[in-house]
Write a protein that binds this ligand. Sequence first.
Ligand code: DGY
Length: 330
Amino acid sequence: MFRPNILLARAIFPEAVAKLRQHFDVEENPEDAEHGFEALSARLKGKQGLLCTAGEPITAALLDAHPQLKAVCLMTVGYNNVDVPACTARGVLATNAPGVLTETTADLGFALMMATARRMSEAERFLRSGQWTKWRYDLLTGSDVHGATLGILGMGRIGQAIARRGAFGFGMKVIYHNRSRLPESDETPLGARYVDKATLLRESDHLVLVLPYSASSRHAIGAAELAQMKPTATLTNVARGGIVDDAALAVALRERRIAAAGLDVFEGEPAVHPALLELPNVVLLPHIGSATEATRRAMVGCAVDNLVAALTGGVPPTPVNPEVLPLRLG
Ligand code: DGY
């Protein structure tokens, strides 16, 4: 019986590898080395399936070099690294891991927004460096989260989960902007108000970015947008690097055109714009939005389920391009 070959682009949990070995011959990457096009392409030779992250560029050129490849399964929800039309045109199934990380990422997004508003990283650095000598009326004063206006750009699953935390837990007024307005049945319980982008920028006390990355969302927040925000406002990005123009943000933070920022993602990460590293009023995290043990296991599990189904005649649970399924099954 034909036993498919698969490539694990990066390291994953050992029990997930064991599950894949029940069905496939598996080439692993236990050192978790990152491979550029040439090395990735060399490793993909003769593989029918690829399990990867949002870090490996899945391009038309890569697909053309590997016509035997049938499925590319991501352990992340974001798939802006995958040329989906190129996959579809070649009958390659692409899958992602939606749903399983929504609440965990919303927890981190809300926590980062709070840490930013209440200057928690700055306060800890102050304490650790021995500068804390007395209580003082204006020591490290930040801005309130409860009762403030929470602005959300990108009201998908994660955006709505952050809105719930704000509305129900902290009595925040929720405003949002999105490609399409939510149905009234979703807006009403949150008391959420749909506004245009200019109003969102103008009225938000705490603006959280949760929109997917695409060519059109690149630098959706740049100098012009930052200039429209309140000087007391905070900006939090848990979506993707590149949605914010990091250089423009560093200028706005240095000149106190906005109060503070919380960033979990960066353009060109893991490199961080050097100007951001110099500033006190920005909380910087190394892309840990979905990083809990349980959620990372669920994300990998989702990719494994998709890959097993895709290559053994099953129905993959979360396809990105379901239109290739009839071709594949037919
Ligand atoms: C995703 O799933 O796209 C996240 O950015 C990874 O945490």
